[in-house]
Design a protein around this ligand. Structure first.
Ligand code: UN1
Length: 550
């Protein structure tokens, strides 16, 4: 917190937004963003900041945000720690009421939040709308969970004794999410976390700090007590790393992370050596199989959306498209016709595009490195030409490509299991296509990558669908559907390289943010020993003389 900063130490609800003296070509304001620690607006302890820019229009700067230091992250952890006892003791239905208020406030501000999300990360307005709605649905689902959050009554093996189970909160949760789902995913994590009575330190994604700041304001307006959710901005190796390091210092009881498999493994190691629970939602190389009995037009539509929707920047995006050899030519004819017609551009200006820019320059650079890797693998590049520029633009690009970071859709065919591009996720608009000889081969290929997040099959043969469903190793499977499209009340997560088996969403996520507390109440007024302490308890039937009944 800087002394010269007038806004530092002002409560989040006591002030409006502070505009920077910066002129954007779009005419939209740039704002001064803050960390939110114990309900107070705070700058970084050393005053350092970073900027958020619109990836569809790089000259459009959304605002400046604190580049949080270790001291800032520790201040946020202290606030979360201090707020924990009172929040954990707040009745669950009351916690649910606050969460319900959040959902209703999000509805009220939905249009503005949708436009803001699209301005900050470039996702189409339609998809931003779906994502904000997912955050709302998550709030509405967990509002009523406040009236359940059930434990159990369990029969005792001893008389005059009762057994119970209770869900208890874990404590302070560190929340780290990626910028591709900057509203739904932090809500997937934090809403069940606070429902269970935990408090949070939320590290916003470096490419979506303004939306995160807006969401933090709204959740406080909904009546969330100070310190229950604390927001710190920064870059991954800074604030995010300080939060993970705090696990080693005993200051964090849970980490929930969505991001790359490499970072997820590092977090898993730190949490593992401290016996701290972690939820890890990581990468994917999601397979989609098309069999001869499939409705080919429907399969083309699902594969096209899975590969290129959100510019391929979902962990559930289609990776390996596995086509049965008998329908290969027909499928590819229809698929490539769609790929070549893809409308790309700035969704704030052109509403009918399939996808917009990459999430940021960093994602653009990483994607181009991935494309080079695919080219080096020896696959056949059927379509795509890297970055879109004025001199290198596909037919249906709309607008001025030099304004943002836009990519061609890419298609690589003749991919085989021994190639690096078969195994490695390339985050962006690209699909790798593999030919399968028969169902067994297709299933083998679908299981052959190191990941196990989402998966799909198009078939009208019910036995084939059943064999795929039972034979695939993945956290999620679509039958005659695309690889993406999570729902707020269904468990989301992966196996193998895609995660550590924890789940988000629905009732299942409660396991990730609570522990079971078993309580026994001995009413007999004496020491009764359980069966494990004595040879036998009084459960044995008395000896009956069956002969007397004869
Ligand atoms: C979906 O498309 O099913 O980061 C949602 C991601 C996921 C959300 C995907 N956590 O892409």
């Amino acid at each position: 917190m800087t002394a010269e900063d007038g806004f530092a130490m002002v409560h989040i609800l006591e002030t409006g937004l502070e505009h920077l003296t910066h002129t954007n070509p779009t005419g939209k304001p740039a704002i001064k963003g803050y960390n939110v620690i114990n309900g107070q607006l705070m700058s970084a302890s050393d005053g350092a900041t970073f900027q958020s820019t619109n990836p569809a229009h790089l000259a459009d700067m959304l605002g400046e945000f604190p580049l949080s230091t270790k001291a800032d992250v520790h201040a946020a952890l202290k606030a979360a720690h201090d707020a924990f006892p009172a929040w954990a003791a707040t009745p669950a239905p009351t916690r649910g009421q606050v969460i319900g208020n959040m959902g209703r406030l999000l509805m009220e501000h939905k249009d503005a939040l949708v436009a803001l999300e699209t301005r900050e990360i470039g996702k189409t307005l339609k998809e931003s709308g779906g994502e904000i709605q997912e955050a709302i649905d998550t709030c509405l689902f967990f509002q009523s969970e406040g009236r359940r959050l059930y434990g159990q009554t369990v029969n005792s093996e001893l008389p005059d004794k009762e057994l119970f189970t209770y869900r208890r909160p874990l404590g302070v949760c560190g929340i780290i999410n990626a910028c591709n789902f900057p509203s739904a995913v932090p809500f997937w994590k934090m809403i069940p976390a606070i429902m269970c009575g935990n408090t949070c330190v939320w590290k916003s994604p470096q490419d979506a700090p303004l939306l995160s700041f807006a969401l933090a304001r709204i959740i406080h307006q909904a009546g969330l007590p100070d310190g229950v959710i604390n927001l710190v901005h920064g870059k991954g190796s800074g604030a995010g790393q300080h939060l993970v390091d705090a696990v080693d210092e005993g200051l964090v009881n849970k980490i929930s992370f969505t991001g790359s498999t490499g970072v997820g493994k590092m977090i898993g190691e730190v949490c593992g050596r401290n016996l701290v629970s972690c939820s890890l939602e990581l990468g994917g190389k999601n397979p989609l199989v098309v069999m001869p009995s499939a409705d080919i037009d429907n399969a083309v539509a699902g594969a096209y959306w899975g590969a290129f929707g959100t510019a391929g920047q979902r962990c559930t995006s289609l990776g390996n498209l596995i086509l049965h050899q008998d329908i290969y030519d027909e499928f590819m004819g229809k698929f490539m016709a769609k790929v070549k017609e893809t409308r790309i551009g700035n969704s704030l200006v052109h509403h009918d595009v399939l996808y917009g820019p990459m999430l940021s320059k960093k994602y653009a650079n990483d994607f181009l490195t991935g494309i080079e890797m695919a080219q080096g693998s020896g696959a056949t590049q059927l379509w795509g030409n890297g970055s879109i520029t004025e001199a290198n633009r596909p037919d249906n690009f709309v607008g001025d490509p030099s304004e943002g970071v836009f990519m061609w859709p890419h298609v690589f065919a003749d991919v085989t299991e021994d190639m690096e591009c078969f195994h490695e996720e390339i985050f962006g608009p690209v699909v790798t296509i593999v030919k399968a000889n028969d169902f067994e081969h297709a299933l083998h290929l679908a299981n052959a990558s190191p990941y196990g997040l989402s998966s799909a099959i198009y078939t009208n043969d019910r036995l084939e669908a059943y064999r795929y469903k039972t034979g695939i190793k993945a956290g999620m499977t679509g039958i005659n559907n695309s690889t993406s499209g999570a729902e707020a009340h269904l468990p989301f997560g992966g196996v193998k390289g895609s995660g550590n088996g924890t789940r988000e969403s629905g009732i299942w996520v409660l396991e990730a943010y609570s522990y079971w507390h078993a309580v026994n109440d001995e009413l007999s007024g004496k020491l009764q020993l359980a069966q494990m302490d004595v040879d036998e308890v009084d459960m044995v039937e008395a000896e009956v003389d069956w002969a007397e009944l004869a």
